[in-house]
Design a protein around this ligand. Sequence first.
Ligand SMILES: *[C@@H]1O[C@H](CO)[C@@H](O)[C@H](O)[C@H]1NC(C)=O
Ligand SMILES: *[C@@H]1O[C@H](CO)[C@@H](O)[C@H](O)[C@H]1NC(C)=O
Ligand SMILES: *[C@@H]1O[C@H](CO)[C@@H](O)[C@H](O)[C@H]1NC(C)=O
Ligand SMILES: *[C@@H]1O[C@H](CO)[C@@H](O)[C@H](O)[C@H]1NC(C)=O
Ligand SMILES: *[C@@H]1O[C@H](CO)[C@@H](O)[C@H](O)[C@H]1NC(C)=O
Length: 729
Amino acid sequence: MYLNLFLTLSAIFVCDAKLPRLRQHTEPNEVADTLKQNLQVAQRLQIEVKSEKTSRIVNQYRARHRRDVFDSKSYESGLTWAHSERLDGIGDVVLRWVNSESSITFRLEAKTRGYVGLGFNSARNMRGADLVVAWVDDRNGNAQVLDCHGPEYDDLAVADEVQNYELISGYQNETHTTVEFRRQLDTCDKQDFVIGEDTVQLLWALGPEGSDGELPKHVKSGSKALRLLQPVAKPQVPLKSWDVRLNNLTIPNNMATLFWCKIFRAPELSKKHHIVGYQPIIDSRPIKNKRVLEKDSSSPVHHMVLYECAEDPDKQLWNEWSEGDGFFGPNRPSQWATCVTPIAAWAIGSKGEYLPENVGIPLGEKGGVSYYMLEVHYDNKALHEVLDSSGIRVHYTPVLRAHDAALLGAGVGVSALHVIPPKQREYRTVGICSPECTENTLPDHGINIVSVLLHAHGIARKISLKHIRGTQELPKISEENSYDVHYQQSRIVPGGRRFMKGDTLITECTYDSTSRDKPILGGYSASQEMCLSFVLYYPRTQLAGCYSMTPVKEFFETFGVKEFYGLSMMQVENIFLSSGNLENLPPQLEFDMQKKYSEETAVQGDDQGVGLMKELVIREPSEFRNKTFMAHLNEMPWSEPLLTEQIEKTLYKGMHMTFCKKRDDTWGAPIQIQSYPTYKELESNVTTDNSCHYKSVRLPSVTKGNGSSTITLNVATILAVCAAILISR
Ligand SMILES: *[C@@H]1O[C@H](CO)[C@@H](O)[C@H](O)[C@H]1NC(C)=O
Ligand SMILES: *[C@@H]1O[C@H](CO)[C@@H](O)[C@H](O)[C@H]1NC(C)=O
Ligand SMILES: *[C@@H]1O[C@H](CO)[C@@H](O)[C@H](O)[C@H]1NC(C)=O
Ligand SMILES: *[C@@H]1O[C@H](CO)[C@@H](O)[C@H](O)[C@H]1NC(C)=O
Ligand SMILES: *[C@@H]1O[C@H](CO)[C@@H](O)[C@H](O)[C@H]1NC(C)=O
């Protein structure tokens, strides 16, 4: 990925200003004439010797903009920045921003005396990206911003026809260039990115010393995924914290995937408190004297979930567990299956969360001891040997919030039956939370959904949480159309959402598996897939988890398999139901195969049935006879669109086996096989172009000082800059 990133970004910000085409209808004639002249000048100059014309144009340009006195600091906006991020992770490139309903203002502080470039895209490259380049002229201290874009099929930057960035201020000191600029969230310019609720890949690049107005190849670049419009939630009151972490667990270097569980005793509190947030504690130390792949020194911790356990009278047993080291996931004591209510769900890329100000998750409300289970998933593909003391820092407060909240897990049950064929550009899967489940477990007035964490792995591109009432779809509760597994934060549901008894919740994931040659199976490992949503809601109910998966018989039939040697479909189904996170089954579903199977998975790690897929040998139909199911799956003609469309449709719109798990580890509704609900889809009312009239360079000034207009770009000067850039290449 990094190589790829480097390659694609290496071409960034060469600002190959292919000369902008004119858009007479949007510009006053006078300006258009200037544009034309500039265009002609630039075109004529193209023929001349490069170096000569470069310096001449640049000098002309500089002379035109020289000012005798330039107190750049007076142009600073003085805004209060709601957000601040180190784009490079170490602080050489810091982006601060604040947005209003319609516009967003950035402050970019970069350790460079050359140019600094910022890009917005849905992918981690500059194809089709919206790019903005800024610099401060070394001679006169004038700052400039230039609106560019990356063409769809080429890794270069081209100046936009319409400039939509307004420079507010810019200056440089001995080490840094600092610029402030502003734009509309939706500029109504096809060459700009619409900044919305989805995750944005922020690309950045730093030019070499003195690269002002000429844009040679950058010296440093990178990208970071962010949601720019995410509201900030930080509690004001002082908080207490409780560290829930492992204690020097040795992660062996021969396991690519591992999950570990440990019980914790909550701090003893005399009254109810509220958990209002959490942060990850990542503490993974390579074991000395062992060869460590230096390249990848990152922690193998991939995700962590903290669960509340149901009350159990046998406190002594739980106390002993809370003092122990914990257990390898599949080997944990069966009583731990009562730890099903998620409290905090962290995944790689998240800095943690603070809950919205009206809700808190109760802690210590029983006025005594209560127990929690931390589940840590390691993705140790680099096969490091590490000592790990990672976990979660839980923030809580005695100042109670208005509502007791809880988390509900929903989506596709994690199992190998969640198959995504390779070579698919958009392949969708769904997990259903059934109306029977919500009917049986929710209060009469329903619940209020506050926020949602959407979770899947590397090939997921979109995740949405749909809401069905009766036969009518309601607006989506949450959606991410540009999912990045390296950036996971909860999404506030604006205004909240009332979810009633008997409503259906559907988590839909869309995957892009074009980079894969073999089918991807569901599982916890980073190379496997998931499709989950963690829903934060109030008031608290008994419902803790609500999932679905394809029934086993239908699943295998979809892939053309009727019968295996040695095991009936019913037996295979029981194995699937008794592994993975659906393990807490009623006794009648348990049978001795489960024991044998869980011992095997203990050796292989936690595989949610992948091992079984490799062992099932097909008996019927005869054309696949004696092949393992996995071999059959791998050999299917996945590039046949008719085949994959049929499979997608059958698994999506076909039968679903639904699970409804309560906090006390009982079932809120029986396991059921049901068909996909029939409902009237919500018509997505397409935003008409009527609302889009913003096309000019100028925005109302937000500058504190009075001088902003003097450094606001006009189109003619931009063209001059573009010409200079063109020529300097
Ligand atoms: C230069 O500017 C940067 C960014 O504003 C700031 O962090 C740094 O301290 C400044 N350095 C000096 C020497 O003023
Ligand atoms: C883990 O072990 C190291 C020494 O090997 C020690 O410094 C550290 O405190 C231990 N961590 C915990 C959480 O006990
Ligand atoms: C399948 O395997 C069985 C025994 O393992 C063998 O008797 C049979 O001939 C094989 N069938 C095919 C089609 O290869
Ligand atoms: C979209 O449709 C819903 C109901 O159908 C309506 O309430 C809403 O105002 C519409 N939004 C726009 C932007 O037209
Ligand atoms: C800006 O202009 C207003 C009046 O137009 C004046 O009162 C104020 O002092 C000016 N501020 C600066 C920083 O020049």
